[in-house]
Design a protein around this ligand. Structure first.
Ligand code: CA
Length: 243
């Protein structure tokens, strides 16, 4: 009888231990989304919003999702991974915000930077039939010797999960022009193309460099003639704003 009681007690003890262990073990999702991690993600989305790389709508959605995770009321949906299409890294993509206090051989548009690497070029605000959207397009013309001039993005964040960067821009050209697009400082990808007289969408794909935290996109003009540019977009394929 005593032996049976002892066995029962041991069984009860084991069962209690197992129960405590199971109760302490949280589901994998909760272990992944720790409070620290959620707070880190909230900081990241705030930073992305400050950098202007996510739309206000996207920002609010992500923030609400993270706050639900923090409160333990989050219910996963398949939507989350389909939203990267909303991200366009390029600001002033239609070249509508012009900088009136700018020199012709520097960027003439807000957000974009500009530099002249030699030759005779001028950047100008193209209007009328030489813009594709709104009031303006970016115009770059050679006025003498050829060399290289360009406008470029500020350093852009390499979002976690990015497998490819896709840059598209509409272009129209005159004369013996040459457009030269290049991913730099954290990504690689190059395109050189003569631009015809009709608006054409030009695409350049970039490959992220391993471990890169940032990258940049340069739009150079290296030939003679004139190139008009409008409606740029840069999408980080595969980027997951949740991670
Ligand atoms: Ca425009």
């Amino acid at each position: 009888m005593r032996r049976i009681c002892l066995a029962a007690l041991i069984c009860l003890g084991l069962a209690a231990t197992v129960w405590v262990l199971v109760a302490q073990q949280k589901p994998p999702q909760d272990q992944y989304w720790t409070k620290e991690r959620i707070q880190q993600c909230l900081k990241t989305v705030d930073k992305l919003r400050a950098q202007g790389v996510v739309s206000e709508q996207h920002y609010q959605k992500k923030r609400a999702m993270l706050q639900q995770r923090l409160a333990g009321t989050f219910k996963s949906t398949a939507l989350a991974t389909q939203e990267t299409g909303e991200v366009n890294f390029i600001q002033n993509a239609g070249f509508e915000e012009i900088n009136r206090n700018s020199a012709p051989n520097r960027s003439r548009w807000l957000w974009w930077s500009g530099w002249d690497w030699g030759g005779d070029y001028e950047n100008f605000w193209a209007t009328g039939e030489n813009k594709r959207s709104g009031e303006y397009a970016a115009g770059i013309r050679c006025t003498g010797r050829t060399g290289r001039i360009g406008i470029f993005t500020p350093p852009l964040p390499m979002l976690p999960g990015t497998t490819e960067l896709v840059f598209t821009i509409w272009a129209k050209g005159e004369g013996d022009n040459m457009l030269f697009l290049n991913f730099e400082s954290g990504a690689s990808g190059t395109l050189r193309q003569k631009i015809g007289p009709e608006w054409t969408e030009v695409t350049l794909k970039g490959e992220p460099e391993q471990g890169a935290k940032e990258f940049g996109l340069y739009i150079y003009v290296v030939g003679s003639g004139t190139i008009y540019l409008d409606d740029a977009k840069l999408v980080p394929v595969g980027a997951n704003l949740e991670d």
